[in-house]
Design a protein around this ligand. Structure first.
Ligand SMILES: [Zn+2]
Ligand SMILES: [Zn+2]
Length: 551
C-alpha cells in the first residue's frame, strides 16, 4: 500500500462466506495476521481440495506479518496456515488445542522451522509495541479464544467463534469473560461472529444434552453410534458421560477422532475416567448393548467412520438390527445430499437413525441472537464490524447491534478485500484492495482467479475431443493417420477421424482467401468444423482441441 493507514482491518476471508476466515490488522508499523482458514469446495469445483484467501496482493505489496494470532483450531481458522505460513513466516500465537492441530498439519507438510507460543486464558502478551490478551470463549472446540489486541493506534476486540453457554465446560461464560477483559480498556472496534445472526433466542447448554443421550443409550437394545465432529471434544465428553452412566464402553473409531481425543486427554480437557475405552480387539466379543461408538460422518463424509460402518468396511464390527445411529451435528448447507445417501444406507442395515429433530442431541457452537446482543453489550465497543458470515448474516448482525444501542454509522459491513480504517471519530471502508482466492489441488497451491478450476469444470461438464493432425510442409494435405482422442463425449474417435479429411478441406477452402489466413486461423476454423460435426451427430457441445504439426 502506498500509504499505510494507522489503524485498519482488512478481511481477506470470512466476510461474504462462512469459511476461510482471515483478517489483517494494520497498526502503525506492525501488522498482525489473524486466523488463516480454508473453505471446502462444492461440486462446481472438481479437483479443488481447498479454497484459501488470496495471497497475491499480500505478496505484491510485500506485506510481512509481525505475528500470526490464531483464535482456535477449526479448519475455517487454521486450514490455510500450512500454505500461507511458508510465504509469510512469523511467530504463531495460539491456544494449546489449536497449537497441537497446527503442529500436526505442519508435520504432514514437512514444515519444520516455526516458532509457536502457546497461550493461556488471560495471559497478557507483549508483541512489539502491542499488548494482546487472549481470553476463553464458549465454542465447539476446546481452547477457543477471543482476542483483545491493544495497539498504540487502537484497540481491537476480536471475538473469534463463540456462543454463550450458561453452564459451560470452559470455566466461564463468554459474556462474563468479555466484561472482565474490556474493563478499563474499551475496544475501539469489535469484530464478532455472525454465523447464527438469524436464529432467535439462545441455545441449550452442552450439558443439557447428556439427558437425551443417556435416554437413547438406556433404550437401545443394540450398539449406539454417535457421529459428530472429531474436534468437538465437549460433545465427546457428553457422550462419554452418558455412556458411563448407562454402562456402555466407548470405542473411538477413525484416525482423526482418535488423534483429537488423544490430544484432549493430554491437555486435560477430556475426562475418560470410569468409562471403559474399547479397543478394536475388544469389539467382537462385547455385548452390543454395552457398546457406544464415537466417530465422524455427521456430514455424510466419504471416508468417515460412520460411512465405513454403513458400507460394512470396518472389519471388527458390523451394524445390525437394534443398533442406533445418532447424527449429533447440524447439517452444513451443501452436505444434505450426502447425508441423505448415508442415512438411506444406514436404514438398509436395519438401524434406527436419530437426528436433532427427534432429540436434544446437538447445540450450536455459534451464538444465537441473544448471545450476540449480550456480547456487544458486554464489550461496549465504539465501532462494530460483523464478520464470519455471508453478507446477509453481516447485515443482520449489524441490525442486532443497532438494537442494543450501536449507532448505525458506527457499524461497517465489509467484504473480503475492503480496507476498514478506524479513526477516533469514524469507521469507514477506505478502499478495496484484493478480493481473490487461492486454491489447493493435487499439484500444490495456485493462484489464477479460478481459471484452472473453471476450465477443469468446463471439461467435466462438456467433455473434450483432441485432434492431432500432421500436414505436409506446403499445404493442408494430411500426412499419415490423424489421431483423435475422446474424453467424456458420446461419439467414437474413429467416426471423427473418418470425416476429418472432409472437414480439413472445408476449413482450407474457407480460410484460403482470407487476408489473415494462416495456420492459426485454419486451426480455429477446423476446431469450429469438428465441434459442429460432433454436435450434429450427438447433440453435444464439447470442447475441441486441435493440435497441428507440419513435416
Ligand atoms: Zn469455530
Ligand atoms: Zn469459524
Amino acid at each position: 500500500m502506498t500509504q499505510k493507514p494507522k489503524f485498519a482491518l482488512l478481511p481477506l476471508g470470512g466476510c461474504g462466506e462462512i469459511g476461510m476466515n482471515m483478517t489483517i490488522l494494520f497498526a502503525g508499523d506492525e501488522t498482525f495476521f489473524i486466523d488463516c482458514g480454508a473453505l471446502f469446495p462444492d461440486d462446481s469445483q472438481p479437483g479443488v481440495q481447498l479454497i484459501l484467501p488470496g495471497f497475491s496482493w499480500l505478496t505484491s505489496e510485500k506485506i510481512k506479518p509481525t505475528a500470526w494470532l490464531i483464535t482456535h483450531g477449526h479448519e475455517d481458522h487454521i486450514g490455510g496456515l500450512p500454505y500461507f505460513f511458508p510465504r509469510f513466516p512469523a511467530p504463531i500465537y495460539t491456544s494449546g488445542f489449536a497449537a497441537a492441530l497446527i503442529e500436526a498439519k505442519f508435520k504432514d507438510l514437512s514444515i519444520k522451522k516455526y516458532k509457536m507460543k502457546v497461550w493461556k486464558d488471560g495471559e497478557q502478551t507483549r508483541i512489539g509495541k502491542t499488548k494482546v490478551i487472549p481470553f476463553d470463549v464458549n465454542h465447539s472446540i476446546p481452547h477457543s479464544m477471543g482476542l483483545l489486541v491493544d495497539t498504540p493506534h487502537g484497540r481491537l476486540l476480536h471475538t473469534g467463534d463463540y456462543r454463550i453457554d450458561p453452564d459451560p465446560f470452559e470455566k466461564t461464560r463468554t459474556d462474563d469473560r468479555i466484561r472482565q477483559v474490556v474493563k478499563g480498556r474499551r475496544p475501539d472496534v469489535m469484530m464478532s461472529d455472525s454465523t447464527n445472526a438469524f436464529v432467535e433466542g439462545s441455545d441449550l447448554s452442552e450439558r443439557d444434552l447428556e439427558e437425551d443421550f443417556e435416554k437413547i443409550m438406556h433404550e437401545a437394545t443394540g450398539a449406539v453410534v454417535v457421529a459428530s465432529f472429531s474436534s468437538n471434544i465437549w460433545r465427546a465428553q457428553t457422550i462419554i458421560d452418558a455412556a458411563r452412566s448407562s454402562g456402555r464402553g466407548v470405542h473411538i473409531l477413525g484416525r482423526g477422532t482418535r488423534r483429537n481425543v488423544g490430544i484432549a486427554q493430554e491437555l486435560g480437557v477430556l475426562n475418560t475416567r470410569g468409562v471403559e475405552i474399547l479397543e478394536d480387539k475388544d469389539m467382537k466379543r462385547r455385548d452390543r448393548e454395552k457398546v457406544c461408538i464415537l466417530c465422524t460422518g455427521s456430514q455424510g463424509e466419504q471416508f468417515s467412520g460412520l460411512h465405513r460402518l454403513a458400507y460394512d468396511s470396518v472389519s471388527y464390527f458390523k451394524l445390525d438390527w437394534g443398533d442406533h445411529v445418532v447424527f449429533s451435528a447440524r447439517s452444513i448447507p451443501g452436505n444434505e445430499k450426502s447425508i441423505i445417501y448415508l442415512t438411506n444406507q444406514l436404514c438398509r442395515q436395519g438401524v434406527k437413525v436419530i437426528t436433532a429433530r427427534e432429540a436434544d442431541i446437538h447445540v450450536s457452537g455459534h451464538g444465537f441472537q441473544d448471545d450476540l446482543k449480550a456480547c456487544i453489550k458486554a464489550a461496549n465497543p465504539r465501532f462494530f464490524m460483523p464478520v464470519h458470515g455471508e453478507y446477509r448474516h453481516l447485515q443482520k448482525h449489524g441490525y442486532l447491534a443497532h438494537e442494543v444501542g450501536m449507532p448505525e454509522e458506527n457499524t461497517v459491513l465489509a467484504e473480503n478485500g475492503d480496507v476498514v480504517e478506524i479513526t477516533k471519530r469514524k469507521i469507514r471502508i477506505s478502499k478495496r484492495v484484493a478480493n481473490n482466492r487461492s486454491y489447493v489441488s493435487q499439484g500444490g497451491v495456485y493462484h489464477d482467479e479460478g481459471q484452472v478450476s473453471r476450465s477443469r469444470s468446463q471439461i467435466a461438464q462438456n467433455g473434450l475431443v483432441c485432434v492431432s493432425v500432421l500436414f505436409s510442409k506446403a499445404n493442408y494435405r494430411i500426412k499419415g493417420e490423424p489421431r483423435v482422442s475422446v474424453f467424456g463425449v458420446p461419439i467414437q474417435a474413429g467416426v471423427v477421424a473418418d470425416v476429418l479429411p472432409d472437414l480439413v478441406r472445408k476449413s482450407a477452402d474457407k480460410t484460403k482467401d482470407r487476408k489473415d489466413g494462416n495456420d492459426k486461423t485454419f486451426a480455429e476454423e477446423l476446431r469450429i468444423q469438428v465441434r459442429r460435426y460432433i454436435e450434429s451427430i450427438c447433440r453435444f457441445r464439447c470442447i475441441v482441441q486441435i493440435m497441428m504439426h507440419r513435416a
